[in-house]
Design a binder for this molecule. Structure first.
Ligand code: UDP
Length: 341
């Protein structure tokens, strides 16, 4: 299929573009490069057309739909930081909600009826029980989570009235890097735990600060379900294929179903890098639930999804190989620094 990938130059988007190409699909990447990296496209196994555009601008989207055949859309373009969303809600409603509707309207104008959407575990809020099933009530505790829930609601209305076919994929904690070494995580500023731990291991930052040691968990630190980015990418391709074969629309959790505390992640990273990592203890980060673990049976059952890099150690190892070889992210490649691996 010909897939238009909105936000395809970002971390999860580019790994998914690679998975699409490997599965025999074609892709066009549309990205405003606010957080994505055009350099990443040169590291794909085949050339992919690139359109620099913004999902909130209908005229930018029009270009993509006019210039390329589009059978389906994958939508990754969103602002995605919980803390920032609480400080700057307008930017989140603008990008994630207005951008989403603009995209849906463009798809409708061009008769494109299949959409795979990046949703998030943040739609659930503080869980009543773990693992969290898709039927769990949606009570997001952040603006970010609310924008994603709103868009999921719109998808359901577009399905009912306009015949949209969609999958809303609720990611737990995306981590790791392309096992082939070509692609990885490169955020500026970086806020995610695993890259921060590895940057501390590389001496690129003084230490990793643990946000809260007084949670009601066995070691007092937050528990999360880390899922390899290439496993997430595979789930997008499967969702696309299953939808195009006539499966019903809906939401799917994507996680491994096992939780690891912040301390366990740091210990795993110390094993992978083979040395101690400097750690500080700090206060809780507002908006962080104590435990988030996915019940991901639905994706296994209905999409046939089988995570290939499920072990935390494997996830951290692939991330380590990327960060070690690209301490400045994709800029390292541009500067021509010799790879370490
Ligand atoms: N975390 C931490 N120190 C950091 C970054 C994150 O202790 O420098 C914790 C954070 O409080 C959460 C977990 O690590 O419990 C994962 O956070 P991340 O930002 O990676 O993902 P999120 O759960 O926010 O999607």
């Amino acid at each position: 299929m010909n897939v238009l990938v909105i936000g395809g130059a970002g971390y999860i988007g580019i790994h998914t573009v690679k998975a699409l190409l490997e599965a025999g699909h074609t892709a066009v990447v549309f990205d405003n490069l606010s957080t994505g990296h055009q350099e990443a496209l040169a590291r794909l196994p085949a050339p992919v057309p690139f359109i620099r555009g913004d999902v909130t601008r209908a005229e930018d989207l029009e270009r993509a739909f006019k210039e390329h055949p589009v059978d389906a859309v994958m939508h990754f373009a969103a602002k995605s930081l919980v803390g920032e969303s609480m400080q700057h809600p307008a930017a989140y409603y603008h990008n994630n909600v207005l951008g989403g509707v603009t995209l849906l309207e463009c798809m409708r104008a061009h008769g494109v009826k299949t959409l795979i959407f990046s949703s998030t575990a943040a739609v659930y809020g503080e869980p009543e029980a773990v693992p969290i099933a898709e039927e769990h009530p949606l009570r997001p505790s952040s603006v970010y989570g609310r924008t994603k829930r709103m868009f999921e609601e719109m998808l359901e209305d577009y399905r009912r009235v306009y015949g949209l076919r969609y999958a809303a994929l609720r990611y737990f904690n995306a981590a790791g890097a392309d096992p082939g070494g070509a692609l990885g995580e490169d955020h500026d500023p970086e806020t995610h735990l695993i890259p921060i731990v590895l940057q501390a291991a590389l001496g690129l930052r003084e230490a990793v600060t643990i946000y809260g040691t007084d949670y009601d968990t066995p070691d007092g630190t937050c528990i999360r379900d880390y899922i390899h980015v290439s496993d997430l990418a595979d789930a997008h391709v499967l969702a696309l294929e299953v939808l195009s074969q006539g499966a019903g629309s809906g939401a799917y959790n994507l996680g491994n179903g096992s939780g690891f505390s912040v301390r366990e992640v740091i210990e795993t990273a110390e094993r992978v890098v083979g040395r101690p990592i400097p750690v500080k203890e700090g206060p809780r980060r507002p908006g962080d639930p104590a435990v988030l673990v996915a019940g991901a049976e639905k994706a296994r059952r209905e999409l046939g999804w089988r995570p290939r890099w499920a072990e935390l150690e494997t996830i951290v190892r692939t991330a380590w190989e990327w960060h070690r070889a690209h301490p400045q992210g994709y800029r390292t490649a541009r500067a021509g620094a010799p790879p370490l691996d």
